[in-house]
Design a protein around this ligand. Structure first.
Ligand SMILES: NC(=O)c1ccc[n+]([C@@H]2O[C@H](COP(=O)([O-])OP(=O)(O)OC[C@H]3O[C@@H](n4cnc5c(N)ncnc54)[C@H](O)[C@@H]3O)[C@@H](O)[C@H]2O)c1
Length: 363
């Protein structure tokens, strides 16, 4: 069996590739990536060391995707993954990669009769809808009041029934449009497809930056020094995300890969869930406990794409697959800090920064 992982040098793609290799010595695993994300090049040595082949290519090019050769399963992990992409400038890259690229990937999957597991995002849900949740302040975080609920939301989080009308950013729109096309390829060509709408994912080898990968950014600033800022929603760091350890995502994808026909056509919300949710202020305390305090500035202005709260309701994916996350936030942060310390020389040029940085919790 040959598995093609697009975005295979990225955080999620390379993590899945290496965990698959660890568990399946006989799989032919190919990582395909254009190395646009700064730090993705650091995956190449690890992929090579573990016998994962690498193709340098761009999913925007049909020829490049065809050049990766035949495959039985596609794990589509490539993207411009920032929700800020396109604001204040051209949306060309996010449109051409996240939507045009998906089409090229689906065409290749159609030609090879391959299965497709697609990493979508919680950002398919509209910004106004998420901003409209009735949140209350609880200590250093926002939360949905106990017992409150509406269509697709409750104190357990956001379910796939959450209303979809409204604007959601180019990032979210390209992912939702990709989901629609995936369903058409499934219905028209019999592709076996699974869509996972992921909340925030994190873990070692995530190249956290201000607009994507907030947990690693926060941890790296605490470990290496630098400044941070609570940005948006009053500037107190109360905004909340659930965070899924990438190893937990791998566990789910393993279940899905083992019986892709059974789960084909599914669209799941997938994330850490309420037990693994954290506000920026709470994350600061967890990082301080591991590495000491750094200055945190405050910028109350909220950016166009930001939302104050997103927590995944995993009820449906758990009922369908039996999967539930097993690593808690302390384990995740322990893994991230251990990695930051072990690989400081390699990582500091990418993750360290003496300049002020602001961040909000963003997928
Ligand atoms: N990390 C998260 O919190 C999160 C949450 C929800 C969904 N997702 C989705 O998961 C997937 C993986 O995200 P990630 O966190 O690993 O991001 P990442 O940026 O680390 O990895 C994406 C990879 O895709 C590559 N890439 C970008 N444009 C490309 C192109 N045109 N052709 C080929 N390769 C290209 C990049 O170089 C990078 O290595 C993405 O689809 C993202 O939208 C991630």
């Amino acid at each position: 069996m040959r598995i093609l992982i697009t975005g295979g040098a990225g955080f999620v793609g390379s993590s899945l590739a290496l965990m698959l290799r660890r568990d399946h010595a006989n799989l032919d695993i190919c990582a395909f990536d254009n190395l646009r994300r700064r730090g993705s090049e650091l995956a190449l040595g690890r992929l090579q060391l573990h016998g994962v082949s690498f193709v340098h290519g761009d999913i925007r090019s049909d020829d490049d995707v065809a050049g990766a050769g035949a495959f039985d399963l596609l794990l589509e992990c490539s993207a411009e993954p920032s929700v800020h992409a396109g604001y204040g400038g051209s949306p060309a890259y996010v449109l051409q990669t996240n939507l045009g690229g998906t089409i090229n990937c689906l065409e290749a999957a159609r030609r090879h009769h391959a299965g497709v597991i697609f990493l979508s995002t919680s950002r398919v849900y509209p910004i106004a809808g998420l901003r409209g949740l009735p949140l209350e302040r609880r200590g250093h975080r926002l939360d949905i009041p106990d017992g409150a609920s509406g269509l697709g939301w409750s104190a357990s989080g956001i379910a796939a029934e959450f209303p979809l009308s409204g604007s959601r950013s180019m990032y979210g729109a390209t992912k939702l449009a990709s989901e629609l096309l995936i369903e058409e390829y499934r219905a028209m060509y019999g592709l076996r497809t699974i869509v996972n709408r992921c909340g925030v994912i994190s873990g070692p080898w995530q190249m956290g930056k201000v607009d994507q990968g907030f947990l690693v950014l926060w941890a790296a600033r605490h470990a290496y020094g630098g400044r941070l800022s609570y940005t948006g929603f009053g500037g107190e760091g109360l905004q909340v995300r659930d965070v899924l350890h990438v190893a937990d995502l791998y566990d789910l994808i393993s279940i899905q890969m083992a019986d892709i026909l059974k789960f084909s056509g599914s669209v799941y919300n997938v994330g850490g869930g309420h037990a693994r949710s954290v506000s920026l202020a709470e994350l600061t305390a967890m990082c301080q406990a591991r590495a000491g305090a750094i200055p945190i500035e405050s910028n109350p202005a909220t950016s166009d794409a930001d939302v104050p709260y997103y927590v995944t309701d995993n009820t449906a994916v758990t009922a369908s697959t039996g999967w539930t996350p097993t690593r808690n936030l302390d384990m995740l942060l322990d893994d991230v800090f251990a990695w930051l310390r072990e690989h400081r020389v390699t990582l500091e040029p990418v993750l360290g920064s003496p300049s002020p940085a602001s961040a909000a919790a963003i997928t």
